[in-house]
Design a protein around this ligand. Structure first.
Ligand code: PGA
Length: 237
């Protein structure tokens, strides 16, 4: 299976710079005949139809589990449909821990987008205090994040992202990633990404770990040249 590479822009890039980035990455994929799955999650304000883009998919970092209605500050599928967006990130640690989304909220969102056939990138991962308790507590914590989540759903990609590794420059040891991915793969026969401080210098060794089907990258993907170089690495893996 070809490896997957996904970029999470978080709260970065403008509408203008997002468009340039996406169009340039798309033509890079085209020129270099790269057919790995590439997904970019820009901010909601930068979503667009991207009519010339066919080599990668653009997804929403977040949306509410409604078509439309009175949910101040949220967007629903009426807004996503305007741009033909059919991919969504659900369960990211910044939404779980900083914004306070509960497993119940996340499950409602998952079920709604599943019922509409969206491609879902579903994130799980443990905070530092859980990691410090050891591997079995880590696995128990991560497995609980699948409560209410239908892992039989065809169109889901899972991303394992330890909370303490996100945006910190810290990564788990290769052995820890290998152990957790092996256990996760036993539970779910789905594409499984690793995320958390992936960068050009550690990408190749992370992709070489058994059961790592690709990566979800934040910080180091926001620079177009770095992202392209990481796409090349992914293509060679
Ligand atoms: P990071 O973020 O690459 O900046 O650690 C990863 C993510 O949050 O998806």
């Amino acid at each position: 299976m070809k490896k997957i590479i996904a970029s999470n822009f978080k709260t970065n890039h403008t509408r203008k710079s997002t468009k340039e980035f996406i169009v340039n990455v798309n033509s890079f994929l085209n020129k270099n005949n790269i057919d790995n799955e590439v997904i970019i999650f820009p901010t909601a304000t930068a979503l667009d139809e991207f009519v010339t883009v066919s080599n990668l998919s653009v997804g929403a970092q977040n949306a509410y589990y409604v078509k439309n209605g009175s949910f101040t500050g949220e967007i629903g599928t009426e807004q996503l449909d305007e741009f033909g967006i059919k991919t969504i990130l659900i369960g990211h640690s910044e939404r779980r821990h900083n914004i306070g989304e509960s497993q119940k909220d996340i499950t409602l969102k998952y079920n709604y987008y599943k019922s509409l056939g969206y491609k879902i990138v579903y994130c799980v991962g443990e905070p530092l205090e859980v990691k410090e308790q050891g591997i079995s507590q880590t696995l128990e914590y991560v497995f609980n994040q699948f409560d209410g989540i239908d892992l039989e759903y065809d169109n889901v990609i899972i991303a394992y992202e330890p909370v303490w590794a996100i945006g910190t420059g810290l990564t788990p040891s290769i052995e820890d990633i290998e152990t957790i991915h092996k256990k996760l793969k036993k539970k779910l026969q789905k594409p499984l990404l690793y995320g958390g401080s992936v960068k050009p210098t550690n990408l190749a060794e992370i992709l070489a770990i058994p059961n790592v089907d690709g990566t979800l990258i934040g910080t180091s993907s926001w620079n177009e040249e770095d992202f392209k170089s990481m796409i090349t690495t992914t293509n060679k893996a």
